[in-house]
Design a protein around this ligand. Structure first.
Ligand code: IMP
Ligand code: MG
Length: 345
């Protein structure tokens, strides 16, 4: 009897991408790469909204997506999940821009009927923020209203009707054998619970946040952590060490300006303890460390550990150190990818 019930139980498979730092670590590139190389039936954005800016190179052309999941570039069903905050007008604008750029979206974009809507009032209120340095996309007030049970959900917006789906229906009734990529936004350091509160966003940016979109824990396959070889942060807290010209150089070489707001990103060395913590708490099984090319060009090889800066003679000693520090998290050398290109992993 027990055996029978196990073999009849088909569960959706879910891979997750999750940023282990403060956003902007190159998730757009990694999700695009995964979508190109693995066979997904769906891509679902699981948190955040128009605050995100994912830079994607597709067929030699640069795109920046904010709310639309990367699946549209490959004709894969692309869902804005229940963990997101959706701005319908910005979504329609983004769809038009993608279409103008030659990306076909028709019949590919879906919206969870229970996702909360960013209202004009939410954007106006967020526009007045002087404390956190938000992206002013209405994110905080939207999640606040959601939890105050005064929010507006997609199901009540007539112009979203053609896009609406019920996530239970999609994955548990219609497509039990779905293979899904969960596309994360923001990052562990910006997570509402685990980030540096109050300098955080208002959503669950961890791999657990993907599950909150209605996926059972058994569905999880690989969790792709994404980090940069150095760190960046945009917002109002002090993050970049003062009077160190190397960070100005890294900012220019790495083009560290917000994809959504154009603000300069503050830079600092990789915090290895934060990376270890994020890898552990997110259950990372594969890790991509981006922008080794930028470190090469800046010719600076440093990380932070226990409040001190540790220097290395070059890329290889630093990579070896990272491998050694992450081995106890269960990450083997073959599971850690150091990327030197903005366009591929
Ligand atoms: P909010 O998400 O717009 O409320 O902004 C809260 C904080 O998160 C601010 O410091 C933003 O700069 C930061 N933030 C939000 N989204 C992103 C992102 O996609 N990348 C990097 N930082 C972000
Ligand atoms: Mg970004």
């Amino acid at each position: 009897m027990i055996f029978r019930s196990i073999i009849n139980y088909v569960v959706t498979k879910l891979d997750i991408t999750v940023d282990l730092q403060y956003g902007d670590s190159g998730k757009g590139k990694v999700t695009h790469f995964l979508c190109k190389t693995k066979k997904y039936t769906h891509v679902i954005r699981y948190n955040g909204g128009g605050n995100a800016g994912h830079t994607i190179f597709h067929k030699g052309k640069k795109f920046i997506t904010h709310q639309v999941p990367v699946g549209v570039f490959f004709g894969v069903r692309s869902i804005i999940g229940s963990g997101c905050a959706l701005d319908p007008d910005a979504l329609f604008k983004e769809i038009r821009e993608l279409e103008n750029g030659g990306v076909r979206t028709k019949g590919l974009i879906f919206v969870a009927e229970n996702v909360h809507i960013v209202t004009p009032a939410a954007k106006e209120e967020d526009g007045k923020d002087r404390k956190v340095g938000t992206t002013k996309r209405g994110i905080g007030p939207t999640y606040r209203d959601k939890y105050a049970r005064t929010g507006v959900r997609a199901e009540s917006i007539p112009k979203l009707k053609p896009y609406l789906i019920d996530l239970y229906d999609e994955f548990n009734i219609k497509n039990r054998d779905a293979v899904v990529l969960g596309e994360g936004a923001q990052g562990f350091g910006l997570d509402i619970d685990w980030g540096d509160y109050p300098y955080v966003t208002s959503s669950h940016c961890t791999s657990a946040g993907a599950l909150l979109n209605g996926f059972p824990p058994q569905s999880v396959r690989d969790i792709w952590g994404v980090a940069k070889a150095y760190e960046t942060y945009v917002g109002l807290k002090n993050f970049e060490p003062k009077n160190e010209s190397v960070f100005g150089r890294i900012r220019e070489l790495g083009q560290e300006y917000g994809a959504t707001t154009g603000r300069p990103r503050q830079c600092n060395w990789l915090d290895i303890a934060l990376l270890e913590k994020a890898a552990r708490m997110n259950g990372v099984t594969k890790l991509v460390i981006n922008k080794i090319d930028v470190m090469n060009r800046a010719n600076a090889w440093k990380i932070r550990e226990n409040g001190e800066v540790v220097s290395f003679k070059g890329a290889e000693p630093m990579k070896n150190y990272i491998r050694k520090r992450l081995a106890p998290v269960g990450l083997k050398a073959k599971d850690i990818f150091f990327s030197e290109s903005a366009e591929t992993v």
